[in-house]
Design a protein around this ligand. Structure first.
Ligand code: SF4
Length: 260
């Protein structure tokens, strides 16, 4: 598991989430990462997702440390992380009539669904581990200056397989196309060489559910994903920062500035 020993460089790098963010809206990437523009608000989904991730990290850390996870402890980890997030600036962008308490209650429902539905793995190797990998352009063979960096939610062993766990909170179940083509999953498969990337999606449906998808990627899909990273870096260097108006504008932390 070389990827667990890789030390991400602090100078030139691009993260998996930055690549995804650039593809969602290049102009937002420019405001956020090139200009360092101050955000107008924080997205409720991101705040909720971050606190849920903390709770799930505490669950897997218990197993890693040889303890049986206790539901009260996992829920407390969520509550502490959420309260900490809620106090930060800028304010959370809530729906009309929604309060921070409503958002917290939704998070508790998600964590309870996780605790109800999850099957613990046989062994946990790491939780929230950073990786940093050199990227070789699959077309030119050139090693790029920038490292690809990211965090793996957990790396585990399950039924004799090496599995990378990735957690998501989502409004609804992922579509078959999303599961087949998600860039993050393809890059994690390429970086780690794990047998599976297990996507654990907590859905914010009326009855919250944990949907588990064991995903693999072909060699071709992995090469294509690395090629996308190379193309994105090339576009960033060339200063290509267009506006992508769409669903992502609703929660965008620069939407007032962008509309004006
Ligand atoms: S408001 Fe929309 S177009 Fe403007 S930066 Fe945000 S995501 Fe991009």
């Amino acid at each position: 598991m070389e990827f667990l020993k890789s030390a991400p460089r602090t100078d030139l790098h691009v993260s998996v989430s930055q690549v995804k963010g650039y593809l969602a809206c290049a102009h937002r990437y420019y405001l956020r990462h090139v200009l360092g523009t101050e955000a107008e608000h924080r997205s409720a989904n991101l705040v909720l997702g971050s606190a849920v991730h903390e709770a799930l990290a505490s669950y897997y850390n218990s197993i890693r440390n040889g303890r049986v996870p206790v539901a009260e402890g996992v829920l407390q980890a969520f509550s502490d992380a959420f309260d900490e997030e809620a106090e930060k600036e800028p304010a959370i962008l809530l729906d009309d009539g929604q309060t921070a308490g409503d958002l917290k209650d939704e998070g508790i429902r998600l964590v309870e669904a996780f605790l109800r539905d999850v099957k613990p793995p046989d062994r946990v190797f790491s939780v929230e581990s950073a990786f940093g990998m050199d990227v070789t352009n699959p077309v030119t063979g050139e090693i790029l200056e920038e490292q690809l960096v990211g965090y793996l939610d957990a790396v585990v062993e399950d039924a004799g397989k090496l599995v990378v766990l990735e957690h998501k909170t989502a409004a609804r179940a992922w579509s078959a196309d999303q599961l087949e083509h998600d860039l993050q999953v393809s890059l994690y498969a390429a970086v780690t060489g794990a047998d599976l990337v297990r996507l654990q999606v907590l859905t914010k449906t009326r009855v919250a559910r944990l949907l588990v998808h064991d995903l693999t990627r072909t060699e071709k899909a992995q090469v294509e994903a690395v090629s996308v990273v190379c193309q994105v870096l090339k576009a960033i260097r060339a200063g290509a920062f267009w506006h992508s108006r769409g669903w992502q504008c609703k929660e965008c932390e620069f939407r007032a500035r962008c509309a004006g």
